[in-house]
Design a protein around this ligand. Sequence first.
Ligand code: PMP
Length: 363
Amino acid sequence: MPDHRIHNFNAGPAALPLSVVEEVQAALPNFQNTGMGLLEISHRSKPFQGVIDSATARLRRVLDVPADYQILFLQGGASLQFYMSALNLLRAGEEADYLVTGTWAKKALQEAQKISVNAKGIWDDKANNYKNVPGDADYTVRENAAYLHYTTNNTIFGTEYRRTPAAYGKPLVADASSDIAGVPLDVAAHGLIYAGAQKNLGPSGVTVVIVSPWALSRVPAGLPAMLDYALQVKEGSMYNTPNTFGIYVLDRTMAWVEANGGREGMIARNAEKAGLLYAELDRSAFWTTHAAPGSRSWMNVTWRLPTEALEEQFVKEAKAAGMEGLKGHRSVGGIRASLYNAIEPASVRVLVDFMQDFERRAG
Ligand code: PMP
């Protein structure tokens, strides 16, 4: 590893595998012997069609996407999907149910409410500052709900389902931005899945949307072209110029995932990393985890120290020791370590060793 690469625990955009970064760097001046750089070729060119086809095929394999589901590469982030999913799946006045497990889930609901006033949060853990995700018995989905929306992993609060929540017979719509391809995900059990790429899949500027036949059947006529799933499917994500560079980096990142055991490889690796860190957090009362034990995220681990002054000192000293991105989001405070696919288990060991040393000195 070049000696200027540090341990990057940022929440997103986040660490990419070094081999991917180097491969991308090499492709910049002359892509696949075209004599043109990757950033300089047409999205309508044969080499780029090869890239987007490869990215699609890899995602299909890594995520085990059913053959009759479509994969889109859009722009606008997961935040645009909050609105676009409701625009395509919901009609004014119809009901849609949302599990509100944090900031992003709440934003998804608020955007859906611009489509239908009857989009509703049917479970909300605000009173506990979002320490929990619900169990299946904690909510009921309304009889006439068009779908149930949930956020697979709550990046800010560090909670995660890591199972498919009960949908009670309704189609499931998931924002899987911060744990897609890092934990189990039963794509076939979902009507729609969307994810910003900038955590586990690649760089920012690409949003992956996985569209089921049910979702396509819901798309109304006359939507604005850029916001129409059916049109985007028909045009192969190229109604307009897509983020060619981002899709290329995503393809290379998925190639790295496949070379490292595919999703099962990532799950094993992420279980190991989360296991190491939670073992340390459970070892000493010096640390207080934010997430309730049954709701802990493997991807974003959040915890407090006895005082805010110690938290500040922790972040500062960790930075000096070569660890970046550990300051918690302001809604939780404390520390957050994001352990996405590209984070090496060795980086988590460095963090845990630092934590033990810090506690000895400060505890
Ligand atoms: N959903 C989740 C779970 C997220 O973590 C984020 C960003 N961190 C978003 C949505 C918003 O994503 P974007 O910035 O791609 O719009």
